[in-house]
Ligand binder design. Structure first.
Ligand SMILES: Cc1cc2nc3c(=O)[nH]c(=O)nc-3n(C[C@H](O)[C@H](O)[C@H](O)COP(=O)(O)OP(=O)(O)OC[C@H]3O[C@@H](n4cnc5c(N)ncnc54)[C@H](O)[C@@H]3O)c2cc1C
Ligand code: SF4
Length: 326
């Protein structure tokens, strides 16, 4: 661990002042401290933001949700409004990490977490994300857990968050506050594909603070849920996952929001799947045909070809669980 200084911000203004001077925010600390211990991250100043008033979950005027950046994963998952309006968010959180981690970890920290690629966390390995220009050990190495969508020559790592998959499906917006004021970034633009700069992972500027994640109102009734496929049933990252929300009225699917996890360099929105089911009646044949479109553009690596078929089956199954067959 490298030496660092530590300060606790009592107000948002204090946090922003420290952030502007290069301070690194720390919320639950469940991922940043690990990375510092492994010397992957070496911030000179940590700014503890855990006392800031960003701990509220509330229903917005239009019937969407605002989740404060410092609400813990467990509080968010258990919140009655999250459970009733968007169960896909609660389920994604409850299938993440462990109970102890979920009690400490925050929503802002979750969407800022870095990849679990083992080479990224091993400072002796070549890794363009950790050290630009050094190469990518995963391309020819152990890449069973890696991405099949959104990859580049520079990096093939997956984004590890589960709740980010639900946020991508629901077309959430990230609320940011920085030295120049507030701005809102659509979730689809917040997490960045690697391209030639895999070291740049989020569209956040130096010193900016995530204050909340907004979930837009969607037509009701809305059925939603999250399916996670992994090597063991708890405390493991996704091989594949699917977040699905469907608005079905008069027996016809009027609205569909679908995204996949464990397969993309960012949570992978599936517009072709959504378009395939809108205007149709739920049926096994529909779910199967729609899921075929989930793998459009997939480029598997030597160790993860199985993910192509697994992704189709994950999406098909979750469409059936949420939409049923009538
Ligand atoms: C063993 C283990 C298993 C896990 N399994 C899963 C899993 O299955 N699924 C899953 O989704 N996650 C999993 N995680 C990740 C876990 O969800 C994250 O560690 C956690 O959400 C991070 O939140 P935090 O508040 O502790 O972030 P911190 O560690 O405090 O911060 C993480 C990053 O976010 C930045 N940050 C934090 N808050 C803000 C803010 N408000 N504004 C701007 N920047 C901010 C920090 O500067 C830092 O870069 C696992 C973690 C561990 C250690
Ligand atoms: S996949 Fe990305 S994070 Fe992993 S070694 Fe390659 S460049 Fe690094």
């Amino acid at each position: 661990m490298h030496p660092f200084s530590f300060t606790k911000a009592a107000t948002t203004r204090e946090a922003l002042n420290s952030g502007r001077r290069g301070g690194r925010y720390i919320a639950g600390g469940t991922t940043l401290v690990d990375l510092m211990r492994e010397t992957v991250e070496r911030p000179e100043t940590l700014v503890d933001i855990s006392d800031l008033p960003l701990r509220e979950v509330r229903v917005t005027e239009r019937g969407g949700l605002r989740i404060g950046a410092l609400v813990s994963m467990s509080e968010t998952a258990a919140h009655p409004k999250v459970r009733s309006l968007f169960p896909v968010i609660s389920e994604a959180l409850e299938l993440s990490a462990s109970a102890q981690l979920r009690n400490m970890a925050t929503i802002g920290g979750n969407i800022m977490q870095r990849t679990r690629c083992t080479y990224f966390r091993d400072v002796t390995a070549d890794c363009n994300k950790r050290e630009p220009g050094s190469g990518c050990a995963a391309r020819e190495g152990f890449n069973r857990m890696h991405a099949i969508l959104g990859t580049s020559d520079a990096c093939v790592a997956t984004h590890p968050s589960d709740v980010a998959v639900a946020f991508a499906a629901l077309e959430a917006t990230v609320q940011l506050l920085g030295p120049d004021g507030e701005r809102r970034v659509p979730f689809a633009d917040f997490l960045l594909k690697p391209g030639s700069t895999p070291n740049r992972e989020q569209a956040i500027r130096q010193g900016e603070l995530i204050t909340a994640v907004d979930i837009p109102a969607l037509p009701r009734p809305l059925e939603s849920g999250y399916l996670k496929v992994r090597d063991r049933q708890s405390y493991e990252f996704a091989l594949t996952s699917a977040a699905v929300a469907l608005h079905i009225r008069g027996g016809v699917i009027r609205e569909a929001k679908v995204a996949a996890g464990g397969v993309g360099t960012v949570p992978w929105k599936l517009p072709a799947v959504e378009q395939h089911v809108i205007g149709e009646r739920p049926s096994d044949a529909l779910w199967k045909a729609a899921a075929e479109k989930a793998v459009q553009g997939a480029r598997p690596l030597s160790g993860n070809r199985f993910k192509v078929d697994l992704l189709k089956r994950t999406v098909e199954r979750q469409l059936r669980i949420v939409g049923g067959t009538r």
